[in-house]
Design a protein around this ligand. Structure first.
Ligand code: ATP
Length: 367
């Protein structure tokens, strides 16, 4: 029996392609720690996201490559791990944050905050480091959804005398909400400049530390706040939440087009269709398309972006949100599974974006 060498192993693995990124694992520097002991071959595959939907597929392809090209009797031990990629360089702002994702909707009330809260927790559960900025000045709902309505971020002075804000941590996610700045029942109406400066502080004065994903829950519609956010940070990509209803779709389309304006130029990573159908708890296999059918798919096709997920209208999603324990926390339920899949798909699009697209700049406006 010929001795197996590291070169043999790498050669075989150079035939295994990362399907999303279209290149082989060796070229993508995804193979580490190759160790050969007799006919035992072990190595680590570093995926670009912990929530990788292709994990098993890539694992099996590696094993097959070693068995067919190196030694059919080799004992193959593969450690699957991950390191979230980034395309951010010169990170003067948010130096530890790899990816910033703006979540927007055209119309209010389509479930953007519900989707964002569940997504953030799903990504954190998969092993990623996640932060969330609730920039929804029209009705910040994150403190309620995360069950931290009474929490207040801790402010302290750094050694250099700067005021720094520590985000609130809940369900594994670091959270800052415009709702923390005023009690829920107060009549403060956040208007343009005041809201903009509060949100800028969330980016520049909050100790976010190391994050794989920072999600921005944007207000509905298209507004000055959207501009403030893209002017303050280079956003990796955006996600559009809509329902299948015609009026919601029309507004979602406006939101999508806003991100594509030349002066904003933030890639749209995908569309999420929320309330895609109603499923009663007692008839879990039934689907009632009460807001219409196929709207999200049509919008995605029209603008050539992926439809990343369809979330059913389920009573428990509403109830869990209101109780401060989003549906994703009820592991094993159908609702938790759809949010897990959505998180996988989003993370996948971020990896693809980082591998292929040019970087997004902070928008500079001459007004
Ligand atoms: N898939 C779902 N199933 C059941 N209830 C849902 C679902 N998605 C959202 N909801 C409920 O719909 C209501 C509106 O959702 P949410 O607050 O997330 O919307 P929104 O788009 O963020 O609104 P706005 O931006 O106007 O504040 C909430 O009561 C929420 O619990």
């Amino acid at each position: 029996m010929a001795t197996i060498t590291k070169e043999d192993v790498l050669k075989a693995l150079s035939y295994v392609e990362e399907p999303d990124l279209g290149k082989d694992l060796v070229t993508l520097n995804m193979i580490e720690d190759v160790v050969i002991e007799g006919n035992r071959v072990s190595f680590t595959v570093v995926l670009t996201t912990p929530a990788c939907p292709l994990k098993q597929l890539i694992h099996d392809a590696c094993e097959r490559a070693i068995h067919t090209m190196v030694d059919k009797d080799a004992e193959v031990v593969i450690v699957m791990t991950s390191r979230v990629t980034t395309m951010r360089q010169n990170r003067d702002i948010l130096p530890g944050v790899k990816n910033i994702i703006a979540i927007a909707s055209g119309k209010g009330g389509v479930g953007k905050s519900t989707v964002t809260a569940n997504l953030a927790i799903a990504l954190a559960k998969s092993g990623a480091k996640v932060g969330l900025v609730d920039a929804d000045i029209s009705g910040p709902s994150m403190p309620l959804m995360f069950g931290v309505e009474d929490a207040r971020p801790h402010v302290y002075q750094s050694a250099e005398g700067r005021n720094l804000i520590q985000p609130v941590e809940a369900h594994g996610v670091k959270l800052m909400s415009i709702g923390f700045l005023a009690p829920a029942e107060s009549a403060i109406v956040w208007r343009g400049p005041m809201a903009s400066s509060a949100l800028k502080q969330f980016i520049t004065e909050v100790e976010w530390g190391e994050l794989d994903y920072l999600l921005l829950d944007m207000p509905p519609g298209t507004s000055d706040i959207h501009l403030t956010m893209v002017q303050t940070v280079p956003v990796t990509g955006s996600l559009i939440v809509t329902t299948p209803q015609k009026v919601a779709l029309a507004d979602a389309e406006k939101g999508l087009q806003m991100f594509r304006l030349p002066q904003i130029n933030v890639p749209v990573l995908g569309i999420v269709e929320n309330m895609a159908w109603f499923t009663p708890a007692e008839l879990p296999d039934n689907k009632y398309f009460i807001f219409g059918e196929g709207g999200g798919k049509g919008l995605a096709a029209k603008h050539e972006v992926p439809l990343l997920g369809q979330i059913p209208l389920v009573q428990s999603i509403r109830e869990n949100g209101d109780q401060g324990t989003p549906a994703i926390l009820q592991t094993g339920t159908p609702a938790a599974e759809v949010f897990e899949q959505l998180a996988e798909e989003l993370a996948r699009q971020v990896s693809i974006r980082n591998a292929v697209a040019p970087k997004t700049n902070i928008v500079e406006m001459n007004r």
